[in-house]
Design a protein around this ligand. Structure first.
Ligand code: GUN
Ligand code: FE
Length: 435
């Protein structure tokens, strides 16, 4: 083993695809540089660690700690961070007009942009988000600043300069002549950084922000450079009515006709997708970002994630800041559980999701939605090591446990009553964060 190797020893909870978890009571993960090279259980208490691991750096977890894969936030609006907690007396379309566009317009100001983006990226990492799929603001200059912040703190991210030619604010839209030039330049900029933790993502805001020919131009650009795509779909009943009036076809078809539904597309929300929409989404192997906090705060509705999963659709979790109030995927897990329990009150024979299942959505599920499952999402040999050390014995924190718990009990406590203070260690591509 080389000097760069390290081994983590202790309780491990790993996620697997198909909503299964794998538990190592006396586990170890060995890491070389960025990559996982081995994972398993120590044979017995007396196994000689010197003999097994040689001269590598050993990180021994405490009894109150577990090692878990890093969280993937599949949908977060970085520029909306200052609006967290505001405007939840409104529903989506009024909230966008009254709060969201008004704030996003301010990102012409570089100093303000840098201040907010440093804060939001750092806060995401504090909460354990090793990979974030960001919506950025409209202006290229501010998106470059967001990319600087992500790079500075070493997060893995997809960064999407939002594209919109329609909004109530004449100074917060792009013209027909400039929107393709802007996005093409931003994509070129991100790729020129040659930072393989950061990729651009094509981001038409939603079907009411562009016309079909403009969306098609974005679809063509994504296809020509094999880029990721993200947008919103079927989030709110008024939005759906307006999409139907504008396009006179099913919502998913609007995007598919613009070549925007691919296996690298992330669709946020999807609360009101019809069976016809779901058939198309499943056929294109497109993923859905479930954003339960936002769905509740903006009173959009209850998304039945099990219905999506049963059709083989990929599902991850999104904080949807500032539709959701906290850039925390732990919080999204808790809210996904609440939503599922609430659905079980109104649906017959509905088994709610369990804490270990939402943990899978938060990790490997998110990686699948971002089409990064070959690289991240869980612990597997040859994948990159994105990981968290979670401790439930943290003084002055809501979870301050003194008993010896099993790995799954530690996970359960963290999911239901943890916060960012329980995330005591974070690694992205093998590199320890110190944020
Ligand atoms: N639909 C279009 N834009 C937005 C946005 O910023 N947030 C949410 N939640 N939905 C949207
Ligand atoms: Fe959103």
């Amino acid at each position: 083993m080389t000097g760069l190797d390290k081994v983590f020893i202790g309780k491990i909870v790993n996620s697997l695809s198909g909503l299964k978890v794998e538990v190592f009571e006396r586990g170890y993960v060995t890491v070389r540089g960025r990559q996982i090279i081995d994972i398993g259980n120590l044979a017995d208490k007396c196994e000689c660690l010197d003999k097994k691991f040689g001269n590598v750096e050993r990180i021994q977890l405490k009894n109150s700690q577990i090692l878990i894969p890093g969280f993937v936030d599949t949908h977060i609006h970085a520029p909306q961070y200052p609006n967290c907690g505001l405007g939840y007396d409104k529903t989506l379309l009024d909230w966008l007009d009254a709060y969201t566009y008004k704030l996003e317009r301010v990102y012409r100001d570089s100093k303000f942009s840098k201040d907010v983006f440093d804060k939001v990226v750092k806060k995401c990492l504090d909460h354990g988000t090793t990979t974030a799929c960001y919506y950025g603001p409209l202006f290229n200059s501010a998106n470059v600043i967001l990319t600087d912040s992500v790079e500075k703190y070493g997060q893995r991210a997809l960064i999407g300069k939002v594209t919109m030619t329609q909004s109530p604010y004449p100074d917060y839209v792009e013209g027909e002549e400039e929107f393709m030039k802007n996005i093409t330049e931003f994509v070129r900029h991100v790729l020129s950084r040659q930072n393989d933790l950061i990729q651009p993502i094509i981001t038409p805001r939603f079907a009411l922000s562009l016309n079909s020919s403009q969306m098609r131009q974005l679809g063509d650009l994504a296809e020509s450079q094999n880029l990721h795509i993200q947008t919103h779909i079927a989030e709110n009943k008024d939005e759906i009515r307006m999409v139907q009036e504008t396009y006179n076809k099913p919502y998913a078809r609007v995007y598919d006709d613009a070549k925007l539904l691919t296996n690298k597309t992330v669709l946020a929300h999807g609360i009101y997708l019809t069976d016809e929409d779901l058939d198309l989404i499943a056929e294109r192997n497109t993923g859905i970002s479930h954003c339960p906090d936002s769905n509740t705060c903006l009173k959009s509705g209850l998304c039945d994630v099990k219905r999506l999963l049963e059709r083989g659709i990929k599902v991850g979790l999104g904080s949807d800041v500032s539709g959701g109030p906290v850039p925390s995927i732990r919080q999204a897990m808790k809210s996904a559980l609440d939503t599922s329990v609430h659905l079980s009150f109104i649906k017959d024979n509905y088994e709610p999701l369990t804490y270990d299942q939402v943990f899978c959505l938060a990790t490997i599920g998110g990686a699948e939605v971002l089409h990064m499952q070959e690289k991240i999402g869980n612990f597997a040999v040859n994948k990159e090591f994105d990981a968290l050390i979670v401790d439930v014995d943290v003084e002055s924190c809501q979870v301050d446990d003194v008993l010896d718990r099993t790995p799954l009990e530690i996970l359960q406590k963290f999911v239901y009553c943890g916060d960012d203070r329980n995330v005591v260690g974070i690694y992205v591509a093998g590199r320890k964060g110190s944020f």
